[in-house]
Design a protein around this ligand. Structure first.
Ligand code: GUN
Length: 295
């Protein structure tokens, strides 16, 4: 089998079009959705991601606030800004780009964001609501985007064995919660594998849906995948490539060429899950604005 490609760029463009319509409707009621973004430090990848998020928000007609703090910023400085944004009725969505510098406690920062403005879905209130089956709670953008991709290709996970490789709070864990929920495009039987899983291949070969988010370039190989599996690659890794114009290229956590020979559907890197993450952030922000306006 040679896999069909899941075009994350095209699906994300559709999501963004529908967010733009939501924004226009809100504008008619005098509301301009606003996303406030904080970046602490100089992490080059984070700078790229934050820039992309802001540009995407601009493009759908949202206002953005761009707060950059130096790497030595204190936790108190960060919390004071979050308190301002929490209290400001003109701010609807708040995002603090992770990772944060070592002197700052990520959990304390995440817990300070008002759950109603937590468009990343990382506040424990939203995590708790989502894992206990509340489909209205803000969902972390990457796994929410994966679910939209599955809907788009007409793959119903109900009753299927979904194997998730990776247990991060940003992807693996919420992905397991979303896929095992009751409701449309869910109801899967979920296995979560991770760095301590024994004989990973024996587990991944059972997958009808395989979601990989481990941050290890091309570590899922063809021998670990069964024929016909739907493969979602969340990884984005830079690998040296002297023949590439920038001296590196981006690869996923899945060895794309060989796994595509066995999978039924597969996401490319880049152009797969990445664009969906940003589209879902915009969608969560529009939802936050709508809910706060009606509150
Ligand atoms: N770092 C990597 N992914 C994310 C994300 O989705 N949100 C935030 N805030 N930080 C991240």
């Amino acid at each position: 089998m040679s896999a069909q490609i899941i075009d994350g760029k095209a699906i994300a463009a559709e999501v963004r079009r529908s967010v733009r319509e939501q924004v226009e409707l809100l504008n008619e009621s005098g509301i301009q959705p606003c996303l406030a973004v904080m970046l602490v430090g100089e992490n080059p990848a984070s700078r790229v991601y934050v820039g992309m998020k802001q540009r995407a928000a601009d493009e759908v007609g949202m206002r953005t606030i761009d707060k950059r703090l130096p790497p030595q910023a204190t936790q108190d400085e960060i919390l004071a800004i979050l308190d301002e944004w929490n209290a400001d009725p003109g701010v609807h969505g708040i995002l603090v780009q992770l990772p944060l510098p070592a002197q700052v406690d990520e959990r304390t920062v995440m817990e300070r964001i008002r759950p109603e403005k937590d468009v990343d879905g990382f506040h424990p209130i939203n995590v708790g609501r989502m894992t206990s089956g509340d489909r209205e709670a803000f969902r972390p953008c990457t796994p929410a985007g994966v679910q939209v991709m599955l809907e788009h290709i007409g793959f119903d996970p109900a009753g299927k064995h979904a194997v998730i490789v990776g247990r991060s709070n940003i992807v693996g864990r919420p992905m397991a919660a979303i896929l095992s929920q009751k409701g449309p495009c869910a109801n899967a039987t979920v296995t979560m594998a991770h760095s301590r899983t024994a004989d990973l291949g024996a587990i991944t070969r059972q997958a009808e849906l395989l979601v990989v988010a481990v941050g290890r370039p091309e570590s899922v190989t063809a021998d670990m995948v069964s024929e016909g599996t739907v493969v979602i690659d969340v990884g984005v890794n830079r690998v040296d490539d002297p023949s590439a114009p920038k001296g590196y290229r981006l690869v996923g956590d899945v060895a794309f060429d060989e796994v595509a020979e066995k999978a039924s559907w597969i996401t490319p890197v880049p152009g797969g899950v990445g664009p969906m993450t940003i589209a879902m952030l915009l969608s969560n922000t529009a939802t936050a604005a709508d809910r706060l306006a009606g509150a």
